[in-house]
Design a protein around this ligand. Structure first.
Ligand code: SF4
Length: 463
């Protein structure tokens, strides 16, 4: 098959060219039902969307071309990350509204589907039962529209990973807590077939998946093809990540006896060599989120793959706010654990010398998984070395929720780390900002976001 590499020049013709060059609509009949699956995973509209979610320019262009082709049964579906805020408003709808996809739907009479609401069909993925949006399984033709981005847990998030949005909210969590994320992504792509993949590279993202820690760049590229593996191999290569080091790709290729050698893939359009980048996918959450505000004494180690996006997104936002409102503060040695990270285990091995002043267990998983922590803390660290005084203790703060809401996260972090005067001050600042945001008088800007005010970043791609 062929993968097309086409520069996006703002015109519908350039999107048409990306699809035509890979013969993307060859198997699409006019009477087919079509499901367009963008990456619209984050619902809040304060974060710069560049490289994080699919541009509405590409979504709209694809819809126009489908109508031109004669298709009439078109839907756009997504299941956004939920439970970050305390509002009841469905998150996927907010995501569609935040990026302008709802406007496209209204303009062309397209149906919007919130995968989080079901209906679902149960699917067995190597012994793990998950619920998949029925819409994604029964459509005649699925158009997968991921973003050209790296991911701190799976290295890249392209066509394969974008289909994770078709799962029910509980199954999305299961993907992480089962400790088999890569295998499950691979198996999911055997159950949901992408008939056409168009990777939206108008922007690309380093240290993804979001723009609190990540940095977006303008790239003006579209990668299109009818084979999801080929598209992901080409996309990863352009990002500078070796496809052979992406575990869900090696799993899929291995079971289907396919090659991950990019030189074996026929590409048309731009030269692949001229498009190669070297983007970093790794990052330590504390360094990226707290470093710019010179916060010290609070560590949040890399969570591995067991942290869900919902916990990760809420915590990233809370830490960014904490850093912004309390720059250059030393929190005196606190550690944050989340997902299935085992602090109790580490403490048993390391002994008393490594005991921090505070340990935060973030989310129900971390709390459940570290049940023995309180006991371990008192056993492992009875006293400071050489100190015959009072037993040395660490305060363990459990932040409950699956995921915890942003409000609860902020309140507990403030209470434990800032003390009463500091907490009162931050609460006052946050309340003023919240009122300002509601009245549209204030816009939250975190360190690093200034760059998105420059010319290359164009919000009209998301309206
Ligand atoms: S507590 Fe967090 S990491 Fe655990 S399942 Fe819930 S959302 Fe996922």
């Amino acid at each position: 098959m062929t993968v097309s590499l086409v520069k996006y020049d703002g015109s519908l013709d350039s999107i048409r060219s990306a699809i035509d060059l890979c013969r993307g609509f060859e198997k699409l009949g006019r009477s087919h039902s079509v499901l367009v699956k963008p990456n619209n995973c984050f619902r809040h509209n304060t974060m710069p969307p560049y490289g994080m979610v699919t541009t509405t320019a590409i979504v709209e262009g694809v819809v126009q071309l489908l109508l031109e082709h004669g298709c009439r049964d078109i839907s756009i579906g997504e299941g956004s990350i939920i439970n970050i805020f305390d509002e009841l408003d469905p998150y996927t709808r907010r995501g569609f509204r935040g990026t302008g996809v709802d406007r496209v739907a209204r303009k062309y009479g397209i149906r919007l589907v919130d995968f989080n609401q079901g209906p679902f069909r149960e699917v067995d993925l190597g012994g793990i039962r998950v619920r998949v949006a029925r819409e994604a399984l029964k459509t005649d033709f699925l158009i997968n529209l991921p973003v050209l981005k790296t991911h701190f847990q799976t290295k890249v998030s392209l066509g394969f990973k974008n289909l994770k949005g078709c799962l029910s909210p509980d199954s999305k969590k299961r993907f992480h807590t089962s400790k088999r994320l890569d295998r499950l992504i691979s198996l999911l792509n055997e159950n949901i077939r992408s008939d056409l993949v168009l990777i939206d590279g108008i922007y690309m993202l380093e240290k993804g998946p979001e723009t609190l820690a990540g940095t977006a760049y303008r790239k003006n590229l579209m990668i299109a093809g009818t084979d999801v593996l080929e598209c992901d191999v080409v996309g990863a290569t352009i990002l500078g990540v070796d496809p052979a080091e992406i575990d869900y790709l090696t799993d899929f290729a291995g079971r289907h006896n396919l090659s991950l050698d990019v030189s074996g893939i026929e590409t048309v359009g731009e030269s692949l060599e001229s498009l190669r980048e070297e983007l970093e996918w790794r990052f330590e959450p504390d360094k990226e989120l707290l470093g710019p505000t010179k916060i010290t004494g609070l560590s949040a180690p890399h969570p591995g793959q067991t942290l869900c996006s919902a916990c990760g997104a809420t915590l990233a936002l809370a830490l960014s706010m904490l850093g912004k409102d309390n720059p250059e503060t030393d929190f005196g040695g606190a550690e944050l654990y989340y997902g299935l990270a085992l602090r109790a285990e580490a403490l048993r091995k390391e002994g008393a010398g490594s005991l921090p002043a505070r340990i935060f267990l973030y989310g129900d998983c971390a709390i459940r998984n570290n049940k023995s922590l309180l006991k371990t803390v008192s056993e492992a660290a009875p006293r400071d070395p050489g100190d015959s005084g009072a037993p040395r203790t660490a305060t363990v703060v459990s932040i409950r929720g699956c995921p915890p809401t942003l409000t609860r996260t902020l309140l507990l972090l403030m209470k434990s780390l800032l003390g009463r005067p500091g907490m009162a001050r931050m609460l006052f600042i946050r309340t003023l900002k919240l009122i300002g945001i509601k009245l549209r008088l204030y816009r939250e800007v975190f360190p690093g976001w200034e760059r998105y005010r420059s010319e290359g970043f164009d919000m009209s791609h998301f309206r």
